[in-house]
Write a protein that binds this ligand. Structure first.
Ligand code: RP5
Length: 161
């Protein structure tokens, strides 16, 4: 299977969040690779990843990090491959630190920033699939079916739990 999506994260500790993106891509039959690439701890790895992203056939990068979350923005500065940023929830500041670190990019180097935490990671998977579906009719059909199934699963009326 092709691997058009790169899921990168700053630490092993981000994986419980970022695997929500991977789970969505699995459900939709989209190939991906998952790597630990830290802006601060492995800057050379970050540079190499960004430098070779186009030539390796990556079409979308999902980048998750927490705290001083510089990974998504630095990756966006290094490659034209679209970067979707996931702010990982932190203990000290609940992920607002991550969100602000990812969100306020300067003009010229966009990062599509998702919600904080697991929902944001899952939505990053869906966003990546949506981008790829533009030029992949079979994936577009699978994505439509996924969306319909979610919609169908919502009851009309609430019940006592
Ligand atoms: C960031 O620091 C990572 O993205 C992670 O969210 C956070 C904490 O990393 P660990 O100390 O758990 O490795 O670089």
């Amino acid at each position: 299977m092709d691997k058009p999506v790169g899921i990168i994260m700053g630490s092993q500790s981000d994986w419980p969040t970022m695997r929500e993106a991977a789970a969505i891509l699995d459900e939709l039959g989209v190939g991906y690779e998952a790597r630990i690439v830290s802006a601060h701890r492995t800057p050379d790895r970050l540079w190499d990843y960004g430098k070779t992203a186009v030539s390796r056939g990556l079409k979308v990068i999902i980048a998750g990090a927490g705290g001083a979350a510089h990974l998504p923005g630095m990756m966006a500065s290094k490659t034209r491959v679209p970067v979707i940023g996931v702010p990982v929830q932190t203990k000290a500041l609940s992920g607002v630190d991550s969100l602000y670190s990812i969100l306020q990019m300067p003009k010229g180097y966009p990062v599509a920033t998702m919600a904080i935490g697991a929902a944001g990671a899952a939505n990053a998977g869906l966003m990546a699939a949506g981008i790829l579906a533009i030029s992949d009719p079979a994936l577009a059909e699978r994505l439509n079916a996924w969306r319909q199934a979610l919609s169908d699963s919502i009851p009309q009326e609430p019940r006592d739990e």
